[in-house]
Design a binder for this molecule. Structure first.
Ligand SMILES: [Zn+2]
Ligand SMILES: [Zn+2]
Length: 156
C-alpha cells in the first residue's frame, strides 16, 4: 500500500513542505504526569504513513474511499479510555495496545544533514478493535520479552 511518497494521493501534485499524512499506528493509552497533573497520553509502538496529501481538502475528497476501504462506520472517536471500534462498534480498551488511523498535518523541515518533519496537528480518524485489526509486534513482543521478576536483578 506504499504510495508514491512525493505526490499528493488525490490530485497528484508534487507535495510541498506542508502536507497531510494518513497513518496507521499501534498505540496504547497511558497516563502522563505533567506539572502535577495527570494527562491522557499515548505510547506509540509503530507509525506507518500510507498516504500523503497536499492539503486537507484533498484528504476530504479521498476520505469516503478510505472509509469504504477500511469499512468504517463511525470516525473521529473521542479520546477516552474506552473507545468504540470505528468498524464494528465493539468496545476498545485503550489501556491495551490497539490500532488507530490518524491524520497528521506536518511541515517538512529537512535540512541538508537530514530529514525532519514537525507535526503541527494530530487528529485521530479511527480506532479499531482487536478483532478488526489486531496490533502486532507490540503486546506479543512485550509479553515474550518481559523479564520475570525473579530475574530482573542479578544482585538483589
Ligand atoms: Zn492534492
Ligand atoms: Zn471492530
Amino acid at each position: 500500500m506504499d504510495m508514491n511518497r512525493h505526490l499528493c494521493g488525490m490530485c497528484l501534485v508534487p507535495l510541498t513542505e506542508l502536507k497531510v499524512q494518513f497513518a496507521r499506528r499501534m498505540e496504547q493509552m497511558v497516563v502522563e504526569e505533567k506539572e502535577g497533573k495527570q494527562l491522557k497520553s499515548v505510547k506509540i509502538f509503530s507509525d506507518d504513513v500510507f498516504m500523503e496529501f497536499c492539503n486537507s481538502k484533498c484528504w476530504a475528497a479521498r476520505e469516503p474511499e478510505v472509509m469504504a476501504a477500511y469499512e468504517l462506520k463511525n470516525t473521529y472517536p473521542s479520546f477516552q479510555w474506552i473507545a468504540t471500534c470505528s468498524r464494528c462498534g465493539a468496545t476498545v480498551n485503550r489501556t491495551k495496545p490497539y490500532v488507530s488511523l490518524n491524520l497528521y498535518k506536518v511541515v517538512d523541515e529537512s535540512k541538508s544533514w537530514g530529514c525532519f518533519e514537525r507535526v503541527l496537528d494530530d487528529k485521530e480518524f479511527a480506532v479499531l478493535c482487536f478483532d478488526c485489526d489486531a496490533p502486532t509486534g507490540t503486546d506479543a513482543e512485550q509479553v515474550h520479552h518481559e523479564i520475570p521478576k525473579e530475574e530482573a536483578c542479578s544482585i538483589c
